[in-house]
Design a binder for this molecule. Structure first.
Ligand SMILES: Nc1ncnc2c1ncn2[C@@H]1O[C@H](COP(=O)(O)OP(=O)(O)OP(=O)(O)O)[C@@H](O)[C@H]1O
Ligand SMILES: [Mg+2]
Length: 476
């Protein structure tokens, strides 16, 4: 009531002053001058947009509705709230919606139908709100939110936040994941081309990954806890990131597991080619240009850069001589890398996973792999019988349960796998269908043959090594 009274009072006094000016002009000036003055005043008012502003002012004071604009870009930067609102509103398609938009952002995911209306009504805790798309004279699109003034605190305090978070979570679920690779610094022009990317369409999943089921479950639980850990990491005051070290012989599924992790969490992958990074400063730039919800991968860490124990000793010696720690401007150093894993720089970008892979765990510097830096060490080993069962299901549609273990074929494979080192990649190679025709018996026969050959050569190698060692002890 007070506001209404103020408004009417304000308008009344403005009208009275205008009337007074007009009456004075009427009395003092001759007719032709009066017309000229009148035209001058009106054209000036029009030019200033005064009439429009008075009208807007009046409507705003009288109207009980509040409007908030969310432009697509703000000060030349993309407004993330805009896209979250767009996704949220798009996801509100109901059976009654008559205007829909179809899109498929990920080939592996189905077609998504979104609501595509210019004005959408929404309801939140009993309050009605209206969303409308508007475009200004510069072509910048905005979402205009209108609601009753009585719901002001509900809308501004919780509804808007709810819409943005809901939109972001839908975006995360439907987003097309990308695989990024770093460009050499000679090609960098701005932060946009440090990384080049392609759509990530790797079909790997934890379901098809052949490994011990208990270990697999442990990794899955860890990933789920991490992705839901926003509040927990905040509470304990740690950057929201997690490091995994995957180690094992070639062809045991390290790269496949990285793809499965990214697919499971719907994260982007940044495949960091360390050999293309000249120094720590470039490494810092590259890592700060990565987005959150991503997996930063350094494959074959032992081969990418000399990060062995010798290297760190050399680092320390150089640092001691020059009196400065880790000052090495010509290459990526272990200390530089560690700084991103758990140093102050590691906090830039939230919700990030760092994965290192190696075939030779023993070659890595203990500083790099100590717990706390790499939170989980995961060994991908030679194929076990449990892993074989998963591969048999993937490649031969063969559902082997515990009772099948007594089948002569299975017994033979089980005992051979126990004594033979063969990677899941090599097992898979033998199970692969020829000409897209699954031949269970033929494939299993091939596998048994391969296992027997591997077993024979490995035994022979073992005997030769034994003989060599004996000679050494005789002559040594
Ligand atoms: N554990 C596994 N489960 C399912 N498939 C596997 C597994 N390990 C290997 N494979 C198959 O073998 C191929 C090679 O595996 P992958 O590239 O993941 O091995 P890797 O451990 O990364 O080897 P490298 O050390 O040589 O990089 C994959 O394409 C996949 O089809
Ligand atoms: Mg690999």
């Amino acid at each position: 009531m007070m506001m209404m009274g103020d408004a009417l009072g304000g308008i009344g006094s403005s009208v009275a002053s205008l009337f007074f000016i007009w009456a004075t002009i009427q009395q003092l000036f001759p007719n032709h001058l009066k017309i000229a003055i009148k035209e001058f005043i009106f054209s000036s008012l029009q030019q200033l947009g005064f009439a429009q502003r008075v009208l807007d002012h009046f409507t705003n004071l009288v109207s009980p509705y509040v409007e908030i604009n969310f432009p697509e870009s703000d000060e030349y930067r993309f407004n993330h709230a805009f896209s979250a609102i767009e996704t949220y509103l798009g996801s509100k398609a109901t059976e009654k919606s008559k205007l829909l938009r179809g899109s498929q952002v990920k080939e592996s995911k189905g077609l998504v139908l979104k609501r595509d209306e210019a004005k959408i009504r929404d309801e939140y805790k009993g309050a009605n709100v209206w969303w409308e798309t508007v475009t200004d004279t510069d072509g910048i699109r905005s979402y205009k939110l209108t609601f009753h003034n009585s719901a002001r605190s509900l809308i501004t305090d919780s509804y808007i936040q709810y819409v943005v978070e809901e939109g972001k979570s839908v975006e995360a679920k439907n987003k097309q994941t990308k695989l990024f690779t770093n460009n050499p610094s000679s090609q960098w022009v701005s932060s946009h081309n440090m990384w080049r990317y392609i759509d990530f369409e790797h079909p790997a999943s934890f379901e098809t990954l052949a490994m011990d089921p208990e270990k697999k479950q442990e990794i899955l639980d860890d990933l789920v806890a991490f992705s839901n850990g926003k509040e927990y990491y905040k509470k304990i005051g740690k950057a929201w990131k997690r490091g995994y070290l995957l180690y094992g012989p070639p062809g045991t599924g390290k790269s496949t597991m990285i793809a499965a992790m990214a697919n499971f969490l719907n994260y982007n992958i940044y495949d960091l080619e360390l050999t293309a990074v000249k120094n720590n400063s470039e490494l810092r730039k590259l890592l700060t240009a990565t987005s959150s919800k991503s997996v930063v991968v350094i494959e074959d860490i032992d081969c990418s850069v000399d990060l062995s124990g010798d290297r760190i000793k050399k680092d320390r010696n150089t640092a001691e001589k020059s009196g400065e720690q880790g000052k090495d401007t010509n290459s990526v150093t272990l200390s530089g890398l560690l700084n991103f894993i758990d140093g102050i720089w590691s906090a830039c970008g939230q919700e990030r996973i760092v994965v290192f892979t190696t075939n030779h765990l023993e070659k890595l510097d203990p500083a790099l792999i100590r717990r706390g830096r790499m939170d989980m060490h995961i060994e991908l080993s030679y194929c076990t019988y449990g892993a074989f069962k998963i591969l048999a299901k993937n490649y031969l549609d063969l559902d082997l349960n515990d009772e099948d273990d007594d089948h002569p074929f299975c017994k033979k494979i089980k005992s051979l796998l126990k004594e033979t080192k063969i990677s899941p990649a090599d097992v898979a190679e033998n199970l692969m269908a020829r000409n897209h025709q699954i031949d269970v018996v033929g494939s299993l026969n091939l596998l048994v043959q391969a296992l027997e050959e591997y077993n024979y050569y490995q035994r022979r190698q073992h005997d030769e090594d034994k003989k060599k060692n004996k000679r050494f002890t005789i002559f040594g």
